[in-house]
Design a protein around this ligand. Structure first.
Ligand code: HEM
Length: 475
């Protein structure tokens, strides 16, 4: 009897919470205690959210058990929230796994803001020591080209090579290390960051086995990074910092007189691991998808190659300064990122205070999902949203044009912290690879033949194979 009574009270409390706030945006009716579990399945979001948006409008509420979650759809709405009300939409909900592993320095903590600012300035401005960011990427592109050429035109899955190249670039920026592609340490590091990312599914954390797995991956990464921090401390020369860890150690010294400073060795460890996790799989997956897409669209690939050959005289690898002369290549990279739609629901946001938004009231701390897919495919912003069309980024003279609805890195106060580095990697590695190779599908693989893109993106990124046929560069 007491169990039934307890259950009834729970259901009543949950029901009154779900129905008590009439000024929340509309949405499907939640089930007491359970909420709207069907719509919290984010892998189905690209199918479910557009339907809900048609029914309830561009701002609607779904329920994670008894907690409301606000979904924002379409360019105008997402921009209004993330850009026009940037500060109010800039918090993160507390993510249990982040708490578990970040020791108070997670993305949801107040301590994150100064660390984010410092990291962004570091990545953007000084390119870390004597080696500029561009030089680091160009150096790595040589190793990548060598590894790809060793496949001898036979079918292969380029995923690991790309992850190694991108992993090496971020390691070089963070702690000045370059690993050989055969080095088991690099392989283990990449698998570890990737597994850790997959493990960050908060709902699973209730199961102790998965909790243990997250902790184990984190411990591996911690030990790995600690080794570098220790070595950097022993060899640091304040007048010539070599990489991110050196700059951070100097910052720690600068603020050591402060009570409870944000910059300390624990936060250094957390940010270095965070950048390794966030900065590898994302860019490597985008590159992998780019190469497979080129194999599906040989005309586009040939046009990119022609432009690169003309600009570089087929002699030297493309550099950032070539970008203005490579408008088509630049447009293709942007269009690849648009159709790939790598982070459809981005990382969740939360509101910093009770706010009025589009006539609704959203209480402080409520989770918000900016549905980036709906921006990248918004029919009011793109001429042919469902078609792979580099023309979206070209003006009538064939010059590159930026588009405000291009938001694969999100926007506002929480825009991707590695956006500049990722853009540089995509441009330099993609163009260097296309200068050297023509990518084709393995014999027997069916080419995408409709102008509407209907490829299975997840499958392509995980297991798609291609052949890299060397191009002759002598003219
Ligand atoms: C956050 C996309 C590469 C580091 C994000 C977010 C997106 C994103 C959508 C969430 C933004 C939001 O919450 O509104 C991408 C894509 C990449 C990429 C598409 C590559 C193609 C990178 C790289 C790094 C990085 C190379 C590191 C060097 C981060 C970090 C955050 C973040 C640290 C959290 C920022 C915060 O909460 O303040 N990224 N990212 N990302 N990204 Fe990236």
């Amino acid at each position: 009897l007491s169990l039934v009574l307890l259950l009834t009270i729970c259901i009543f409390l949950s029901w009154s919470k779900q129905h008590g706030n009439q000024s929340l945006p509309p949405g499907p009716t939640p089930i007491p205690v359970l909420g709207t579990p069907k719509y919290m399945d984010l892998s189905a979001s690209t199918k479910n959210f557009p339907k809900l948006s048609q029914k309830y409008g561009s701002v609607f509420t779904i329920w994670k058990m008894s907690e409301p979650v606000i979904v924002l759809c379409g360019y105008e709405t997402v921009k209004e929230a993330l850009v026009n009300h940037a500060e109010q939409f800039s918090e993160r909900p507390i993510i249990p796994v982040m708490d578990l592993s970040n020791e108070g320095y997670g993305l949801d903590g107040r301590r994150w803001r100064p660390i984010r600012r410092f990291t962004m300035t570091s990545l953007r401005n000084f390119g870390m020591g004597k080696m500029t960011m561009e030089k680091r990427v160009l150096t790595e592109s040589k190793y990548l080209i060598q590894a790809v050429s060793e496949t001898g035109g036979k079918p292969f899955n380029p995923r690991m090579f790309l992850a190694m190249a991108v992993g090496n670039i971020i390691s070089s920026v963070l702690f000045g290390e370059h690993f050989d592609y055969q080095d088991k340490q690099l392989e283990e590091l990449l698998s570890s960051t990737s597994r850790h990312l997959c493990n960050i599914v908060p709902v699973l954390l209730r199961f102790s086995v998965i909790r243990q797995k997250v902790v184990k991956e984190k411990l591996y990464l911690q030990n790995f990074v600690m080794k570098y921090i220790k070595h950097h401390k022993e060899t640091l020369k304040p007048e010539s910092p070599r990489d991110f860890i050196d700059y951070y150690l100097l910052k720690i010294k600068e603020v050591e007189h402060e009570m409870d400073p944000d910059f300390c060795e624990t936060s250094l460890l957390v940010i270095v691991i965070g950048l390794l996790i966030a900065g590898t799989d994302t860019t490597a997956s985008t590159l992998k998808f780019s190469l497979v897409l080129m194999a599906h669209y040989p005309d586009v690939q040939a046009k990119v190659q022609q432009e690169i050959d003309k600009t570089t005289n087929s002699l030297r690898p493309p550099e950032i300064m070539d970008k203005p002369q490579l408008p088509y290549t630049n447009a293709v990279i942007h269009e690849i990122q648009r159709v790939l739609d790598l982070a459809p629901t981005t990382l969740f946001h939360a509101v910093t205070e009770d706010i009025k938004f589009r006539g609704y009231t959203i209480p402080k701390g409520t989770t918000v999902i900016p549905f980036l897919s709906s921006v990248l495919f918004d029919p009011s912003q793109w001429e042919t949203p469902e078609v792979f069309n580099p023309g979206h980024f070209l003006d009538e003279e064939g010059q590159f044009r930026t588009r405000l609805a291009f938001m694969p890195f999100s926007a506002g106060k929480r825009v991707c912290l590695g956006e500049n580095l990722a853009r540089m990697e995509l441009f330099l590695l993609f163009s260097a690879l296309l200068q050297r190779f023509t990518f084709t599908l393995p014999p027997g693989t069916e080419r995408q033949n409709s102008k509407y893109l209907n490829l299975n993106k997840t499958e392509i990124i995980a297991s798609g194979q291609i052949c890299a046929v060397p191009r002759s560069l002598s003219k």
